[in-house]
Ligand binder design. Structure first.
Ligand code: PRP
Ligand code: MN
Ligand code: MG
Length: 181
């Protein structure tokens, strides 16, 4: 039913699954014996968070954070506010932030600074998608699933007006979907 709105599939369910397993192996080595705190950024990171942590074979803990940008979408002030904070004290902890996508980099730059200020021992980033052309702030992920072009992508956590997060793949919407709104 949702598929009728999709112009093309960019990254299939099978490709995502295979990449999660590869990344999981690397992350298992990185975090062995460190009991990392894995931080999912609501809401987009939820599907990737669920898959990536199940491919990491060592002790870890989960927490979630929800942040949002001030202002409207067209003129972003670049400021970020906390909607839901972590439940966990991060001082001395090794943190792995899980994101669905890095675009301007503002969300992650804010979170990395915040966790360093709170004295985390280390802060790394794993993102399913990296839209490098969108970057405004100088920040790079430590682990990237896939690079994506500067197109509006949905699915596997990524929304358009809060819809399509539950698609099992990443795709591009048909222009008619935007035009009808
Ligand atoms: C999206 C996405 C990332 C962020 C990336 O989240 O999930 O968190 O934007 O953009 P940036 O690099 O330009 O900061 P959004 O704020 O739309 O919230 P959502 O995850 O609830 O959709
Ligand atoms: Mn998000
Ligand atoms: Mg969004």
């Amino acid at each position: 039913m949702l598929e009728k709105d999709i112009e093309k599939v960019l990254i299939s369910k099978e490709e995502i699954q295979a990449r999660c397993e590869e990344l999981g192996k690397e992350l298992t080595e990185t975090y062995r014996d460190k009991n990392p705190l894995v931080v999912g950024v609501l809401k987009g990171a939820v599907p990737f968070m669920a898959d990536i942590v199940r491919s990491i074979d060592t002790y870890l803990e989960l927490d979630f954070m929800d942040v949002s940008s001030y202002g409207n979408a067209t003129v972003s002030s670049g400021e970020v506010k906390i909607v839901k904070d972590l439940d966990t004290n991060v001082e001395g902890r090794d943190l792995l932030i899980v994101e669905d996508i890095i675009d301007s980099g503002r969300t992650l730059a804010y979170l990395v600074d915040l966790f360093k200020y709170r004295k985390a021992n280390s802060v790394k980033i794993v993102t399913l998608l990296d839209k490098r052309e969108g970057r405004v702030v100088d920040i790079e992920a430590d682990y990237v699933g896939f690079n994506v072009p500067n197109e509006f992508v949905v699915g596997y956590g990524l929304d358009y007006a809060e819809a399509y997060r539950n698609l099992p793949y990443v795709g591009v919407l048909k222009p008619s979907v935007y035009q009808s709104n």
